[in-house]
Design a protein around this ligand. Structure first.
Ligand code: ADP
Length: 493
């Protein structure tokens, strides 16, 4: 029998990537392509849904050729996607009514402020696990319905489909047969109740969203539909796994037990901790979200994010021109043993969880005449790790559980100095897997489980291998000193 593969579609904010994963969960081919970022006004960000689809289609023959396999060897398709990005298209022919509104887009800040003023926030916190922020899909969908001619009426009549990018891709891959989403994506809309896992009238009503335009909510691992009329693929391939990118990374990192956590260090940093089967509400400014649902079992997670992580390294490169490439920061930072009193708070775009201070800005403190660029570089890396420290301590407090290790991935997790400092300041080991494509692997595993390519989670767990474990090596006194300097600097940011 010819080898079987899962095709993972990793549809991110700046690029779409297709990966082929074999039965041993090894990555056998990977192709990616960037697409346009559309900025119609300051603070507004859009994507062209048709362009996202065309980019995906174009990558299919490329990734198959790279692996040297036939399309019929694909046993299933798993999708992981940029979350919250909001699309609206005609149910009949799939024509988008507008560009998708990207998660980063701030155009609905006023709507959120108004809803807060009307006292709706506690409801969304309690039932959806989220805060009223333009980040989430609900107010973006409201904006589309308000600003496109006839859209509100057409949506009520069921003539339009709302969807996040996972919904859009399944709709297109299935030849317009399926309008579905999975629980992880639905949990980022503001519209889904975390207990019932359904779009609830009580959450739709304040936003004025008609139920008739919403997708069906399904689990993260099941056959949603099969391919139909997709250039380069035979009809009938099961589309069998969906998870938002951060949840897929938690899954790909095999964080299957309550208390296990991962941090993805990309442009920003995202921390998720497995909560087990109960959707705990945070008392410390974190979000509650669905990690995944398999069969009839739902796993929840707490989530905290820092807006700036690798982006601080980019600022050192492009803003200060202190380095020519991101990896150069490690050598520069290692040119000093310690940054002493120098401390950098990377609040370049405000402070996220657990501080939630959008007005905060970055600061560099503790400079003296002997400070060098090396001290600054080291302080930048430490600042990134210290933000993650604050998020994880908040998670421990909420979950009433001590973290035992942190699994890491994303571009900046390649930085050994950053990872060692993260372990030191947390006093918890940081473990980097051999394959840091955890997001795509997560989506592939979810699809592989549904089509029977992997028997159970244990198979996924066995396939996860550590590349390097960073054990904490900092003394208690040093850690306390670092944290005290950091806490003072955060207050001033
Ligand atoms: P995203 O998915 O958000 O685009 P990636 O996971 O691709 O992010 O990571 C890219 C980010 O990682 C960039 O912000 C870059 O500055 C940072 N980065 C890449 N390599 C290193 C490194 N060796 N040390 C520190 N930061 C790095």
């Amino acid at each position: 029998m010819p080898e079987r593969f899962i095709l993972a579609v990793d549809q991110g904010t700046t690029s779409t990537r297709l990966l082929l994963v074999d039965e041993q969960l090894r990555l056998r081919a990977r192709r990616g392509r960037e697409f346009r970022q559309i900025f119609p006004r300051p603070g507004w960000v859009e994507h062209d849904l048709d362009e996202i689809w065309q980019t995906t289609l174009a990558l299919i023959p490329e990734v198959l050729a790279e692996a040297g396999i036939q399309p019929r060897q694909i046993a299933g398709i798993g999708i992981t996607n940029q979350r919250e990005t909001t699309g609206l298209w005609r149910r009949g022919d799939g024509k988008p009514l507008h560009h998708a509104i990207v998660w980063q887009c701030r155009r609905t800040a006023d709507t959120c402020a108004r809803l807060k003023q009307q006292g709706h926030e506690p409801l969304y916190r309690r039932r959806a696990g989220l805060v009223l922020d333009p980040y989430f899909s609900g107010t973006k969908l409201r904006w589309l319905l308000d600003h496109l001619d006839g859209a509100a009426l057409a949506a009520e009549r069921g003539e339009l489909c709302f969807g996040t990018i996972d919904s859009w891709l399944v709709y297109k891959l299935s030849g317009r047969q399926a309008h579905v989403t999975d629980v992880t994506n639905a949990s980022r809309t503001l519209l889904m109740d975390l207990e019932s896992l359904a779009f609830e009238p009580g959450l739709l009503e304040p936003l004025g969203i008609p139920a008739a335009c919403l997708p069906q909510i399904r689990s993260s691992s099941e056959v949603y539909a099969t391919t139909r009329g997709v250039a380069g693929l035979p009809d009938g391939i099961p589309i069998a796994g969906i998870a938002g990118d951060q949840q897929a990374a938690l899954f790909g990192q095999a964080c299957f037990q309550p208390g296990m956590a991962k941090c993805t260090y990309g442009t920003g940093a995202f921390v998720l901790i497995n909560l087990g089967q109960r959707p705990l509400a945070s008392q410390h400014g974190l979000l509650t979200t669905v990690a995944w649902r398999i069969g009839d079992q739902t796993t929840y997670a707490l989530e905290g994010s820092a807006f700036i992580a690798g982006a601080a390294v980019q600022w050192l490169r492009d803003g200060l021109r202190a380095i020519r490439s991101a990896p150069e920061i490690e050598g520069l930072a290692a040119s000093v043993d310690d940054c002493g009193e120098v401390c950098f708070v990377p609040a370049l775009a405000g402070l996220g969880a657990p501080h939630w201070r959008p007005e905060a800005r970055g600061i560099l403190v503790g400079l003296s005449r002997d400070s060098t660029l090396g001290h600054v570089a080291r302080a930048v890396l430490e600042g990134v790790a210290l933000q993650i420290h604050d998020i994880l301590r908040a998670m421990e407090a909420d979950a009433r559980q001590k973290l035992t290790e942190l699994r890491v991935d994303g571009g900046a997790s390649q930085n050994n100095l950053l990872m060692q400092f993260q372990a030191d300041v947390l006093d918890v080991a940081c473990v980097r897997p051999a394959d840091i494509e955890t997001t795509a692997l997560g989506a592939a595993c979810l699809a592989g489980l549904a089509v029977g390519m992997f028997p159970d989670l244990a198979a996924v767990q066995r396939a996860w291998r550590a590349d390097r474990r960073f054990a904490p090596a900092m003394g208690e006194a040093d850690r306390a000193r670092k944290l005290a300097i950091w806490a003072r600097a955060v207050e001033r940011a």
